[in-house]
Design a protein around this ligand. Structure first.
Ligand code: 4AD
Length: 466
């Protein structure tokens, strides 16, 4: 029978066993007419295969054939597992395969726009190699994204998207266990849901429409439909015109909406427990992946507390003030002041994950509930990892007349959201929720410097392909 083995699971205990592996020919090195080495890769793991002429087993023609293979071709390798005396460099597995048969099942073009080994090197390795006079092409971000199917093959990228999957998985598992219901809201909607200009407009059979900037309005309407606690994982569209390291035109939103019994802190409790569970699970279940990411993009593990720190916006402003940075107490923070506050919080409280709440009302969307003790502030919050925003959330206005007034004063055409406002005329409970950017969570958990690294096929103001 055939004994398919995964390259990542080949170990020294399998010495002497006949195995069959399928992977890509990452490097091919002919040593002589009688011998060649081939490194075969599968999902980021690599094994060295030795092809050596032997009577009745391996012919010189086979060595020639293998030496002539193009990199990245897909091959099936039949062979015997062996353990070499010397440690193996340039392959993840510490065993070799003595090749008996090899079939090429799909040829790659002989010249590739990206060399996977080069694309997988860390900045430090690149610097070293360049100093040692090695001929090496630094693979830039645009090239990576233009040829994304090649770039995705690096161990770090294999890790990133598995970590992303786990973030999504924990989000779902945790919320299901807390009585939330998964929903799907429409992505074709009549008007902007977050206001502002960052909306993709389209023609909906002759009617003006847009791509949903968030599930905000319909997830609230699901609360009016009595689901109590809901979540959604789905695409979010923003017609961003600035080109930054953290904005995409399409990203994956992890959204939550829930009834509030007494206080908006109930929503922050969910954030707290959900994310502590998520970080724990990533550190425990994604060790291999995080290690692969860290090898190419070194990072320190995220510092977080068992109970997430909550600071009010005013306390944040005060901390900045004490550090000599003046910010408008009724304005918003910008990227720079957010980052600075993140540093101060980390130094003072030993955490790189915290919640900042009670934002000034003026800087929040129209649907945000003002604080009952001071309407200049609101029952809202942002959540930060390493000084950058990953979540915004709030209690919502559930009183229809007030909601209409708020929308108007925020410059929203009330006609485009009348069915939303009407939803609250049939009785609605106090409620609140939050939205998380999936790509941002992965980017910041792993301290990556660009959101394009955590989007499989990123859409930004300049890119809609591949
Ligand atoms: O802060 P935002 O715009 O909030 C909302 O959409 C609200 N409806 C959420 C709520 O329930 N109150 O977006 C939520 C999160 C941000 O914190 C950020 O992580 C991410 O979505 N995000 C983006 N991610 C990538 N590219 C963009 N252009 C993003 N805009 C927001």
């Amino acid at each position: 029978g055939r004994k398919w083995a995964e390259i990542g699971s080949l170990t020294a205990e399998m010495e002497g066993r006949a195995v069959l592996v399928r992977g890509r020919a990452q490097t091919i090195r002919g040593v002589s007419k009688k011998m060649a080495f081939l490194v075969v890769r599968e999902r980021g793991f690599t094994v060295q295969c030795v092809v050596c002429v032997a009577p009745d087993l391996v012919s010189p023609q086979m060595v020639k054939f293998i030496t002539g293979l193009s990199r990245e071709s897909y091959v099936d390798v039949h062979g015997i597992v062996s353990v070499p005396k010397e440690p193996i460099k340039g392959a993840s597995q510490q065993v070799e395969i003595q090749v008996r048969k090899l079939y090429c099942i799909s040829k790659a073009l002989p010249a590739l726009p990206i060399n996977i080994e080069d694309a997988a090197r860390s900045e430090v390795e690149i610097e070293k190699a360049l100093q040692a006079g090695e001929q090496l092409v630094r693979v830039n971000q645009d090239t990576r994204l233009n040829f994304r199917v090649l770039d995705l093959r690096t161990p770090a990228n294999q890790g990133i998207f598995r970590v992303q999957c786990q973030v999504e998985n924990i989000f779902r598992q945790f919320l299901l266990s807390e009585g939330f219901v998964g929903i799907h809201t429409p992505k074709l909607i009549a008007g902007a849901s977050e206001g502002g200009s960052a909306v993709f407009k389209l023609d909906y059979k002759g009617q003006p429409a847009c791509l949903a900037q968030s599930p905000q309005l319909h997830k609230q309407m699901a609360i009016c439909g009595d689901f109590g606690r809901v979540f959604e994982i789905g695409p979010v569209f923003r017609a961003e015109d600035s080109f930054t390291h953290r904005h995409l035109c399409e990203f994956t939103g992890l959204d939550v909406e829930m009834e509030i019994k007494e206080h908006y802190s109930e929503v922050m409790d969910v954030v707290d427990q959900l994310f502590v569970a998520m970080f724990d699970s990533l550190n425990e279940k994604c060790k291999k992946e995080l290690e692969a990411i860290g090898k190419q993009y070194p990072f320190e593990p995220l510092k977080y507390l068992r109970k997430t720190l909550r600071l009010t916006f005013q306390e944040g402003v005060q901390m900045l003030k004490e550090a000599g940075i003046e910010v408008d107490p009724l304005g918003d923070l910008n990227t720079e002041t957010e980052r600075k506050l993140g540093q101060l919080v980390s130094e003072k409280y030993g955490t790189e994950f915290y919640i900042l709440h009670r934002y000034p009302l003026a800087v929040r969307p129209f649907y945000t509930m003002p604080c009952c003790d001071d309407p200049a502030y609101s029952n809202s919050f942002d959540v930060f990892i390493r000084g950058e925003e990953i979540i915004s959330g709030a209690q919502r206005v559930h009183v229809p007349e007030f909601l209409a007034t708020r929308a108007e004063s925020c410059g929203i055409e009330v006609g485009t959201i009348s069915t939303y406002i009407d939803s609250f005329r049939y009785g609605a409970p106090p409620h609140g929720g939050f939205g998380v950017g999936l790509e941002r969570v992965v980017m910041l958990f792993c301290a990556l410097n660009n959101i394009r690294k955590t989007s499989l096929f990123p859409r930004d103001p300049l890119r809609i392909a591949p």
